[in-house]
Design a protein around this ligand. Structure first.
Ligand SMILES: [Zn+2]
Length: 438
């Protein structure tokens, strides 16, 4: 038994996940088939986001959702059986496989039309339930921002004006994306043991709709190199906070670093489960939180001054923005974070049928978490392709921060812990429970 049995279980998880992509288009975030791969044809779209950035072909065909459910449940049962006699050193891997098969089974039930409450849904997909945020927090940060924003017109008007003033104009966008991508790449190379060969090629262009942030195309990978291309949308409203949110966390030291580390782990160990990242899974939700933590906290040694220096040098100056606005950025970042939790609560109320569209829009626009007219598109996005988005992306960041602070390590050791987490068998539930990494 041992490794060969676990590899067989892992292989089944991979096969079922690939088969499920036929019914769950956006699920697969990363997939490597073997130790290396090169794109040899240019038969892909530069207009539409493709997930995965990899041609799955026959690998996604062959099973109905019902079969995926039956086989997933059988696999889950077998893993629980295996766990009874598993040896201590296998525990983390067995638990990881059990959790991921459970996520797969749950997502399949959703795709088959079963309905769940919001908390059941995030428990099923990500293994966590997010406690409710006290509404007083929303009011407090809204009032604080209202006090601080310059001008004497209505809060909404001043909010609109402020967002315009921190918006990177399309003509400066390429410079800003390139500069920040390189700066975060240098931080990753400096602080971690990464190859340094995986900085993505970045472009900007008009994508079909303004809500698309970027599209990615993978051209190849091997042990030492991911060859990635990302085109960022000039129609998307790139305010400074969005540049800060996306670039470090999507590229390096965020997701691309994790993909590189997982690929190396897969090649080093032959563990099949390291070859995929499924969006609807507890390890992916952990990755979302940790990659944001690495980009926004670790990269600046937890110092808000260093973060402001970065924003000044790589965004405000090259984008010719008014540098006097930098002093408002700490509060603005705090406001944006609280706004994400407000959207989380609105999406929970909406999902559970407690608020209709209009009530959600009213709530978001009343506190400035959406400017007037913007609430509709946010609410329309609640239940589309990414259920539980705010839990998997923002609550997980809070959990990552709590986890790293519980480790009581200096920043260098936190980087080492982050690097280890990228290719570990840890899950979001594990970091919530502050489970030991080593
Ligand atoms: Zn992400």
């Amino acid at each position: 038994m041992g490794a060969s049995a676990l590899n067989a279980f892992g292989r089944q998880l991979v096969d079922l996940t690939l088969n499920k992509t036929r019914y769950d288009n956006w699920d697969l975030q990363w997939f490597v088939e073997g130790p290396f791969w090169r794109r040899t044809k240019m038969d892909f779209s530069r207009d539409y986001k493709q997930i995965p950035d990899y041609e799955l072909g026959w690998m996604k065909h062959g099973k109905s959702l019902r079969e995926i459910l039956d086989e997933g449940q059988f696999l889950h049962k077998n893993l629980l059986e295996y766990k009874k006699t598993a040896v201590e050193k296998e525990a983390a891997r067995v638990n990881y496989l059990i959790a991921h098969v459970a996520n797969l089974v749950f997502r399949t039930r959703m795709l088959l039309g079963e309905t769940f409450t919001f908390d059941e849904m995030t428990q099923g997909l990500y293994d966590v339930v997010c406690p409710e945020t006290d509404c007083a927090k929303f009011k407090e940060v809204c009032e604080e921002l209202e006090q601080a924003l310059p001008g004497s017109t209505s809060f909404n008007d001043r909010l609109v004006k402020f967002k315009e003033r921190i918006l990177v104009k399309p003509e400066y966008l390429l410079k800003i994306i390139k500069g920040t991508t390189k700066a975060w790449h240098d931080i990753a190379v400096d602080r971690m043991d990464v190859t340094g060969n995986s900085m993505p090629r970045v472009r900007v262009g008009e994508l079909p709709t303004p809500d698309m942030v970027f599209i990615s195309i993978l051209f190849g990978y091997d042990y030492n190199h991911l060859e990635y291309e990302r085109t960022f949308n000039t129609l998307y409203p790139w305010t400074v906070d969005k540049v800060m949110e996306y670039i470090g966390h999507e590229n390096e030291p965020g997701h691309l670093t994790c993909f590189e580390k997982r690929t190396q782990k897969f090649i080093d160990t032959c563990w099949p489960e390291m070859s995929i990242v499924s969006q609807h899974s507890t390890s992916n939700a952990m990755g979302e939180g940790c990659s944001r933590f690495a980009a926004l906290n670790l990269s600046f040694d937890h110092s808000i001054e260093k973060m402001l220096d970065f924003e000044r040098e790589y965004i405000f100056e090259p984008a010719k923005l008014d540098k006097s606005l930098l002093e408002l950025m700490p509060l603005w970042h705090k406001f944006c974070e609280v706004a994400n939790f407000a959207k989380l609560e609105a999406s929970r109320y909406h999902w559970d049928g407690n608020w209709n569209d209009e009530e959600c829009i009213h709530f978001l626009e009343r506190y400035g978490f959406a400017v007037k007219g913007e609430g509709r598109s946010i609410v329309d996005g609640f239940e589309t392709k990414d259920p539980g988005h705010y839990v998997a992306h923002y609550y997980s960041l809070d959990l990552a921060r709590e986890y790293f602070s519980s480790l009581n390590l200096d920043v260098d050791s936190q980087w080492a812990a982050y690097e280890a987490l990228c290719s570990s068998h840890m899950t979001l539930k594990d970091i919530k429970e502050k489970k030991s990494l080593w």
